[in-house]
Design a protein around this ligand. Structure first.
Ligand code: DAH
Length: 346
């Protein structure tokens, strides 16, 4: 009997050595430990022995059974590990040290100028707001004191949606929503908001007209805001963008939502003010319409014009980017012409 067990053990070792697939091991398990397996049979054979021999042999058979069970579990693990290693070896490898030829994107010139101005205003305590592109007629017109049949509506014809809403013609369309969102400012804590955005007008496109362009609007409302605040902030804005101390001049200008309204001109960067074709020999460039917010606009925004005043300005962001980078044709901005668009940096 004991000899027989030794034989079984040797046979098991031999068979296990030849195994290199997971399902083969199952066959071996059945051959040794299954219902009619060699070890199971040996267990059955015990009944033919006398008591003493049964005791000794019984222990041995059980030891062998344990040994085989353990060896099978171990071997299964080894096989799984081997298969895993094989799988890894066959998977595609990437060499991250090889230089890539993927070109890196660049910021659009409008984005560059916009974030530059946002940074300047953030340091002066302004909140940045995102005006919607689709607006109600009220927000775009009535809310900023442009009633129905006002000639300004003609000058800024736009795209109307079937539901009566429209693509906003100017960033001023967000003024009413912003005033209502923040409400009347606390004493000594003026409301300071900057709201850049894409605007639309029904224009015939040429080198200086686009149906889609960007503006950047700002508002400051408080209990003690005057034209000198307006001029101060406009000078900071322009000198940061043009990286020099710019001379500005205010001319009266009419916009229904401000009273008084101004056109703010800067002295021409090309000729330094002596006159050249760019500034049409005037020495000045028209850049920044602005003014003190009209009492009607404040009232419609839920802010009492007897207690509060404020200024607003509407910068032509597209125009400013053209001046800053000396871009002659406005169509470049929406052209998707990467060769040209990627050459602008801060
Ligand atoms: N919304 C005007 C436009 O699109 C620009 C403008 C002018 C905005 C004067 C203002 C302002 O806030 O005070 O032409």
């Amino acid at each position: 009997m004991l000899e027989n067990l030794e034989k079984i053990k040797a046979q098991f070792k031999e068979e296990l050595n030849g195994v290199n697939m997971k399902d083969e091991i199952e066959r071996i398990r059945v051959a040794f430990l299954g219902k009619k397996g060699l070890v199971t049979e040996a267990l059955k054979d015990l009944r033919n022995l006398d008591v003493e021999a049964k005791k000794v042999a019984g222990q041995q058979v059980n030891l062998l059974k344990d040994e085989i069970e353990k060896a099978i579990v171990e071997f299964q693990k080894t096989l799984e590990e081997r298969e895993y290693q094989k799988e890894i070896a066959n998977t595609e490898r990437y060499d991250f040290s090889i230089p890539s030829d993927v070109t890196v994107g660049t910021l659009h010139p409008i984005t560059i100028v916009q974030s530059q101005i946002e940074d300047i205003f953030k340091t002066m305590g302004f909140i940045i707001e995102d005006g919607l592109e689709i607006q109600t007629e009220f927000n775009n017109f009535e809310g900023v004191n442009i009633p129905k049949n006002h000639p300004a509506r003609d000058m800024t014809d736009t795209y109307y949606l079937e539901n009566g809403q429209l693509l906003k013609t100017h960033t001023s369309a967000a003024q009413n929503t912003i005033m209502r969102k923040y409400g009347a400012p606390k004493p000594g804590e003026p409301l300071k908001v900057l709201f850049p955005g894409r605007c639309f007008r029904n224009e015939n496109i040429d080198a200086s007209h686009e149906n889609t362009f960007f503006q950047l609007e700002g508002m400051m409302i408080g209990d003690d805001i005057s034209i000198s605040n307006l001029i101060y902030f406009m000078k900071v804005l322009l000198s940061e963008v043009f990286e020099r101390d710019v001379k500005v001049r205010l001319r009266p200008g009419f916009f229904p939502f401000v009273e008084p309204g101004f056109e703010l001109d800067i002295n021409c960067a090309i000729c330094g003010g002596s006159g050249c074709p760019t500034c049409k020999h005037s020495g000045w460039l028209e850049l920044l319409p602005c003014g003190m917010i009209h009492p009607n606009v404040l009232r419609l925004g839920g802010i009492d014009p007897d207690k509060y005043t404020g200024f607003a300005f509407g910068l032509g962001l597209t125009r400013l980017a053209m001046m800053k980078y000396n871009i002659k044709d406005i169509r470049l901005f929406n052209s998707g012409n990467l060769k040209q668009l990627r050459q602008f940096t801060i």
